[in-house]
Design a protein around this ligand. Structure first.
Ligand SMILES: Nc1ncnc2c1ncn2[C@@H]1O[C@H](COP(=O)(O)OP(=O)(O)OP(=O)(O)O)[C@@H](O)[C@H]1O
Ligand SMILES: [Mg+2]
Length: 356
């Protein structure tokens, strides 16, 4: 079989789909391939002999010339230009565009030539920008959703607590009066009244629990420390797990957003301990300085492997929700766990937050 000879180097350069430009040591263009013509809108005829400056926006010319000189002096044969930052090119019509470039040099006994290999990254930057915009939009949306959900819970909790709770209280009082005014108090009538009183009492307890689970009124009225203390003591008495708590929220007044986030994180961590840990002891530590709050919830339960956590994360909502809430506050979440060595969740949120 007969092999055709390899195409000469110049043919390869001429047919390359990316712009390739060669300049001499005085920074004059000596080679300008068709792809460069297409991108820069100069013909090779116009470009060859001109300074490479015509392809660079004026504000970058000085720096660019210094870079080329330095590169020539290093004697290195090639290098990426711009070290990861996009460079800017200038078209004949005055339009600027972002590009990536690498440079290589060839030395003859008398001359140095630098070839610059370019890639127009306008499209990639547009895609990056669209991606960033859509991520920002998602963050804004989920922020708004979380905010909306909290508002709704707060509203329902208030209604339950203030409205139905008041009615139940009034009903109990009415019942007391009715009981007092019953003639000669027949035994079965007072039996009914007693049964009704028990029913009202248990409705009251359920109502309080539902309202507090939705959003403890305490969080809005008395603040995060009281709400967290209530959460822990309720947890301990409901599930019989020994709990230790340290709270010091420092000198600053916490915003509703930060308080709600830390409260929800603690709530989910405790729910997880009930569901998964089989623990006998829990430690909750909330500590704030002037600049940040750190919340640690640690148990001595069965723990798990980091691999299991990673595989559970996309399917489960609890830890994912924690991450999302904390991310919205520019905070960090770290989880340390080993089988039979419990799980330690640590959340740090900075205190200077934009409100949603
Ligand atoms: N304290 C813990 N001890 C042991 N394993 C835990 C603990 N907390 C979480 N896990 C493990 O991590 C997994 C993910 O927790 P996550 O809260 O995201 O989901 P979930 O509690 O299973 O479900 P959801 O919270 O969505 O109702 C759990 O399924 C569990 O296997
Ligand atoms: Mg969970």
């Amino acid at each position: 079989m007969q092999h055709s000879p390899p195409p000469p180097l110049l043919d390869i350069i001429q047919s390359a789909t990316e712009p390739i430009i060669t300049i001499d040591s005085t920074q004059r263009i000596v080679m300008f391939n068709p792809a460069a013509e297409k991108v820069f809108l100069y013909t090779a005829e116009q470009a060859i002999g001109a300074s490479v400056d015509i392809l660079i926006p004026p504000r970058f010319r000085q720096v660019h010339a210094e870079h080329i000189l330095r590169f020539e002096r290093t004697g290195h044969s090639k290098r990426q230009m711009g070290t990861g930052m996009p460079l800017w090119g200038l078209k004949a019509n005055g339009e600027e565009f972002p590009m990536e470039a690498s440079i290589s040099q060839v030395r003859t006994p008398t001359k140095i030539y630098c070839s610059i290999f370019l890639r127009d990254i306008t499209e990639r930057q547009q895609i990056d920008q669209a991606l960033r915009a859509s991520r920002d939009e998602l963050t804004r949306l989920s922020n708004a959703l979380l905010h909306e959900r909290e508002q709704e819970k707060r509203h329902i909790a208030r209604e339950l607590h203030d409205d139905i709770g008041q009615s139940l209280t009034a009903l109990t009082m009415e019942l007391s009066q009715l009981e007092a005014s019953l003639p000669s108090n027949p035994a079965d009538a007072s039996g009914h009244v007693a049964a009704m009183r028990t029913l009202i009492k248990s409705s009251f307890t359920s109502l309080r629990r539902i309202a507090s689970d939705l959003r403890p009124v305490m969080l809005d009225d008395l603040g995060l420390p009281a709400a967290v203390e209530w959460l822990i003591s309720d947890f301990s008495s409901r599930y019989g797990i020994d709990a230790e708590i340290h709270v010091d929220v420092g000198p600053r007044c916490l915003s509703t957003l930060v308080s709600t986030t830390l409260f929800r994180v603690a709530q989910e961590a405790l729910t997880n301990i009930v569901k998964h840990a089989n623990a006998t002891h829990v430690l909750l530590d909330l500590h704030c300085t002037n600049t940040k709050c750190t919340l640690i919830v640690q148990d001595n339960g069965r723990g798990t492997t980091p691999e299991h956590l990673a595989s559970a994360l996309p399917k489960r909502l609890g830890l994912l929700g924690i991450r999302e809430r904390v991310r919205l506050l520019n905070g960090t979440v770290s989880i340390h766990t080993r089988p039979d060595q419990g799980l330690r969740l640590e959340v740090v949120v900075p205190l200077d937050q934009p409100t949603p």
